[in-house]
Design a protein around this ligand. Structure first.
Ligand code: ZN
Length: 265
């Protein structure tokens, strides 16, 4: 009985991606049946903004963010960031994202990434919007740029995989950590230690669908339907019951987005 009281939000899923083109509506129905009620869909490229905006009109349970993802900057023009503020206002974006820095070896030059990140942080500041962060091998630099940009409206650091110290520094600056499928892997000992020690107010749940399949589902398309499994795993690691985890994640989300439920599109 208690189970039916659970309500989940997937705070990071790329439901606009072509991987879902043939199955989106069925997937959304299946999610609602499993009490996965809302979705934060960040955009990745300039080309994706329109599709995200159009789909959000079809699916009122989506919340959207617009931005240029650091890993896909190769074919982006920095001038398009001039249009970011208007798009966010028109389409009622809840955040700017996903933005950040990706120091993977084959990513775009660091200086280019920094220029895009800085410009997008300044739009977030103008609009007083939270940011959805993508950071790979770059937590300390991202944190420094956020501090330098005087970004005070917080956000979510997605797929967090850093140290407890780095986690706490983000939390102190008003960020939530997006906890996803990584923790379901038995070998992810460092991630386990971090999520065991995090404060209750520090996390939200996410899948990064269609990427980051859970342990046991490698090679398959990930969907928001795996959110309850992430919650169960987090509950086990933190020695709590899953209801507590779901409730706390929702409470944390509402602290960052107080108008989350008001704005049914
Ligand atoms: Zn993402």
């Amino acid at each position: 009985m208690l189970y039916s009281l659970l309500m989940y939000v997937d705070t990071h899923c790329h439901l606009d991606f072509a991987a879902f083109d043939g199955s989106r509506s069925e997937l959304m129905s299946a999610c609602l049946e499993s009490n996965i009620r809302h979705f934060l869909v960040p955009s990745t490229t300039y080309m994706s903004w329109q599709k995200v905006a159009q789909l959000a009109l079809v699916y009122p349970m989506w919340r959207v963010a617009f931005g240029l993802h650091p890993y896909f900057l190769r074919s982006e023009c920095i001038e398009n960031i001039d249009k970011l503020g208007d798009v966010c206002e028109q389409e009622k974006a809840v955040a700017i994202g996903e933005i950040g820095l990706d120091f993977w070896p084959d990513a775009v030059a660091v200086e280019v990434q920094k220029r895009f990140f800085e410009a997008q942080l300044s739009v977030a500041r103008e609009l007083n919007l939270p940011v959805i962060l993508h950071a790979r091998k770059s937590y300390d630099v991202v944190l420094k740029m956020i501090r330098d940009a005087n970004h005070t409206s917080g956000g979510i650091i997605h797929a967090f995989n850093g140290s407890l110290e780095q986690a706490n520094r983000f939390v102190e600056r008003g960020f939530l950590l997006g906890i996803g499928g990584t923790i379901t892997y038995p070998r992810a000992k460092k991630a386990h230690r971090v999520v065991q020690q995090l404060g209750d107010h520090a996390y939200v749940l996410e899948t990064d669908s269609p990427d980051m399949p859970l342990h046991g589902f490698q090679g398959q398309i990930n969907t928001p339907l795996s959110i309850p499994k992430v919650a169960f795993c987090l509950a086990e690691l933190r020695g709590r019951i899953v209801n507590d985890i779901a409730k706390q994640a929702k409470k944390n989300l509402l602290r960052l987005f107080p108008k989350w439920y008001e704005d049914e599109r």
